[in-house]
Design a protein around this ligand. Structure first.
Ligand code: CTP
Ligand code: MG
Length: 195
């Protein structure tokens, strides 16, 4: 924070730099929860987590879009990026951004794909086929899953790190980022649908 000017209002450069730090912090903090999604798409395939079993409504429990390889590959990628981030944080390379702990990194990565799984369960119960879009839920499942699991098992880190302005930024920014990345993935032929 810079000094306010004479009338006590922050100047526009301060507002801009604080805004950029908030945006950067949102992405930085959530990276271990963002990456699993993209890496699940890259590493996914093979045996689905529900072992192709159906629920009592006759539909698949989770569907072919949730695979063991996708889950493991995604979580691994999330933890690896988190470890790199912790290295940068400890080395003082990113003084503007909040820091992770190893517990938080693991919980964010696992929670993001658990959120994604639970969402697929409810999608199937709603009769939405694998890959069908559920607006906003598809874009926020992993953030909600990541933050809830971390809140449950490491509430101290969440309370300390995820301030209200940061939470609001995350909730607005994530669907936009998710959409953009998925459109790019679709154009590159990595994803079957642009959502
Ligand atoms: N994926 C995976 N295993 C996971 C999560 C994702 O293999 N646990 C892969 C699948 O190939 C999936 C792709 O990543 O198709 C995109 O993930 P997502 O959009 O979450 O799955 P959908 O195919 O849209 O399935 P759903 O309708 O159940 O969300
Ligand atoms: Mg999807």
């Amino acid at each position: 924070m810079r000094k306010p000017n004479l009338i006590g209002m922050p100047d526009s450069a301060t507002i801009l730099s604080n805004g950029l730090i908030l945006l950067g912090s949102a992405i930085w903090v959530m990276l271990p929860a963002y990456l699993p999604n993209n890496f699940a798409t890259l590493t996914g395939g093979g045996m689905p987590i529900d072992m192709r079993r159906t629920w009592s409504d006759g539909r698949r429990i989770l569907g072919d879009g949730k695979t063991i390889r996708g889950f493991v590959g995604g979580v691994t990628a999330g933890i690896l990026i988190g470890l790199l981030q912790m290295y940068a944080e400890i080395s003082g390379l990113v003084p503007w951004f909040p820091s992770h702990t190893l517990t938080a990194v693991i919980l964010l990565a696992v929670g993001s794909l658990l959120g994604d799984l639970i969402k697929s369960f409810f999608k199937r119960r709603q009769g939405i086929e694998r890959g069908g879009e559920w607006f906003l839920v598809d874009q926020l499942d992993f953030v909600i899953g990541a933050l809830l699991l971390t809140l449950l098992l490491d509430s101290a880190w969440v309370v300390q790190t995820i301030t209200l302005p940061l939470l609001i930024t995350i909730l607005i920014l994530t669907p936009l980022l998710h959409r953009t990345v998925n459109i790019i993935g679709y154009k590159l032929g990595l994803k079957k649908v642009p959502w």
